[in-house]
Design a protein around this ligand. Sequence first.
Ligand code: CP3
Length: 345
Amino acid sequence: MTSDYNFIKACWRQPVDRVPVWLMRQAGRYLSQYKEVRAKGGGTFLDLCKDPARAAEVTIQPIDILDADAAILFSDILTPLEPMGLELDFVPGPVFANPVRTKADVDALVVPEDMATAVSYVPEILQRLRVAFAGRVPLIGFGGAPFTLACYMVEGQGSKDFASLKQMMYSDFPLYDELMKKVTEMDRRYLNMQIAAGAQAIQIFDTWGGLLAPHDFERYNLPYVKNLIDGLDRTDIPIIYFVKNGGTMLELVKAAGSDVIGLDWHVNLDKARAILGDDVAVQGNLDPTVLYAPKDYIEKEVQRILDENAGRPGFIFNLGHGILPTVPPENAIHLVECVHRLSQK
Ligand code: CP3
């Protein structure tokens, strides 16, 4: 568990010479360079995900432009659902032409034996990136948490409450359980494939996990995500679990067993760390809209978060959710510079 990367050291709660920082969705539309590469191919967002040369290029952009301390694979949480049998499109939000609603739909879902073949572009991108980075920054692989993936599979698109999945969950638990077990097994194979292909950390995005009341999270989400994390080939590979709106049930989020807990901005970092204890690292938690504020305001917010962390080891600076597409890039650059400067030992 030794590494020269501040990001990996922070994941293992080891001392760092400055706080590492990266931004969720750091490759994306707020960067004109991303839009250029996307336009260059002429295709869709999915085409970009499946073009290893261009996907690797946009993964590297925020490292060069922002000086972020970690890179994250350019892909989407929903792409590994295609080989399960779902027809995915982005319009620009995700849409499945054939949502999973009935027992026949769940039975028909394929759990590919070999995810390296099923989504061959993913290991190709990771391998290219390890060569391109040559030790410069660590590479994060990722997937959606089973519950969040199931939200999209059953609803067939984005939603405020994902009531279709919750209806299945409350009214037909055996069907829900069958679906969740299949998604969890696909996810386990998918993330282990990313580790085998060179991912040096894994983040599990549970964007919709916070839609569940704590007792429902414990019953309908935790067993599957815990199973997933338990099944990862994680020797030396830190696992980050990010539950949006998970701040009111941190004990349950911790019980999933990750090495790092991602926090959004609805929870105070100091209070979260008091609940979580010092045997787990944390990542977060700036409100993404602060990147619309003047530069001196951004700097004060960085200082506030660093003060809340109070120099404790095991801290990675990030936004509390993805960077927004209309953020001025110079503000994101300024944010990273502030974290580095204000935390320098
Ligand atoms: O962080 C990174 O830089 C890596 C890339 C990444 C994307 N999606 C690229 C993307 C990651 C880690 C994701 C995760 C993802 N995708 C999540 C979990 C994290 C979160 O933000 O909550 C979810 C829920 C999705 C599903 C998804 N993909 C939605 C709802 C949308 C449409 C909304 C939007 O932001 O446009 C996408 C599309 C998407 N995924 C884009 C990018 C860069 C925009 C596509 C484009 O270029 O037009």
